[in-house]
Design a protein around this ligand. Structure first.
Ligand SMILES: Cc1cc2nc3c(=O)[nH]c(=O)nc-3n(C[C@H](O)[C@H](O)[C@H](O)COP(=O)(O)OP(=O)(O)OC[C@H]3O[C@@H](n4cnc5c(N)ncnc54)[C@H](O)[C@@H]3O)c2cc1C
Length: 302
């Protein structure tokens, strides 16, 4: 029995999986094994697992839908927690309080049904509320930073507490959490939305965003946008201008439809992704003097 099994099995039972392949927990459908993986279907289990692992000095990585992470072929050391805690409450004042494993798309749909404005931009963004809070997920005219009231966050050796929006220091696809090296777990978040919106206007807005995604987003397993857009430009435009659209390495191809999307054609590996990432960065820097910065996060033993 290894140490993860000895410590975690009595606490989490069947939710613990040892040497567990990550491919099934990431949107790009690839990644090596986690030493220990716990599927947390409640906030209590999420927090307890994280605190137990922290107290043993183990590395902990919390994964929502794995929509923004590239997991190394050699896998992830320590404990990975897959966050499935997804209870939601809607308050009359237009405040939505959700557990961090709630799917952002489901929250956006639920708001539409209730005629609440303010989250329609999220209608096509995969991932959980927790991932969105960390990454400041956004699209079109909106982002989490614009509607987040507070996030409830656990840290080692500290009582769990609410962080107000200002403390999260949001910027474009950035937050103080994303840059943070010390461990933390987002447990819940509250969003301020606007009730009693015009249903026809909301539906039209949602349809406009969905149609735009259908028109512009390539099909297939991917991580969405690979790179952040540099100031006053588009990463996809630069990669295309560098002649790299359609370039394939191993099982991963730079989408012929949208050059900032790298598609796993079926048997792609993280190494294939990394080789294409480096190629795009080098070529764009050489030709245009622009350093493309990853939007996607590399995790595990690269
Ligand atoms: C097809 C496609 C389209 C996309 N379109 C968009 C878009 O329009 N706009 C946009 O912003 N993004 C987009 N993305 C990227 C992605 O959807 C977002 O970044 C999303 O917020 C990731 O959420 P997640 O739950 O999958 O996070 P994950 O990828 O699982 O995790 C992301 C980071 O957050 C951390 N994390 C996650 N949950 C917690 C938690 N509870 N506590 C502590 N840390 C946590 C992880 O450890 C990791 O560091 C797209 C991705 C795809 C595949």
């Amino acid at each position: 029995m290894n140490e993860y099994e000895a410590v975690l099995r009595p606490i989490v039972g069947d939710a613990l999986h040892l040497d567990a392949p990550m491919a099934r927990y990431t949107v790009a459908r690839l990644g090596g094994a986690a030493d220990a993986l716990v599927i947390a279907d409640s906030v209590a289990l999420l927090e307890q697992t994280a605190r137990t692992a922290w107290s043993h000095g183990w590395q902990v990585r919390i994964i929502g839908d794995g929509a923004n992470v590239l997991v190394a072929d050699r896998g992830v050391r320590g404990v990975v927690i897959i966050n499935r805690a997804d209870k939601v409450t809607f308050e009359e004042s237009g405040v939505l309080v959700a557990e961090s494993g709630a799917a952002l798309i489901s929250l956006a749909r639920a708001c539409l049904e209730r005629r609440w404005a303010g989250l329609t931009w999220a209608i096509g963004i995969p991932g959980t509320l927790g991932g969105a809070v960390v990454n400041n997920a956004g699209a079109y005219s909106g982002a989490i930073a614009d509607c987040l009231l507070w996030a409830e966050i656990a840290e080692p050796d500290q009582p769990t507490r609410r962080w107000e929006n200002a403390e999260l220091a949001y910027a474009y696809r950035e937050s103080v959490l994303k840059r943070r090296s010390a461990p933390f777990a987002v447990l819940r978040a509250a969003l301020q939305l606007q009730p009693n919106a015009d249903p026809a206007a909301l539906r039209a807005e949602a349809e406009q965003y969905s149609a735009h995604r259908r028109r512009t987003q390539p099909n297939g397993a991917s991580l969405g946008s690979m790179f952040k857009n540099p100031p006053n430009d588009y990463a996809g435009r630069l990669i295309e201008a560098a002649g790299l659209k359609g370039t394939q390495i191993g099982g991963v191809v730079i989408s012929p439809q949208h050059a900032n999307w790298f598609i796993n054609t079926g048997n792609g590996t993280a190494a294939d992704y990394l080789a294409l990432i480096r190629l795009a960065q080098e070529r764009v820097a050489e030709l245009f003097g622009v350093q493309l910065e990853l939007e996607v996060e590399l995790i595990g033993d690269f």
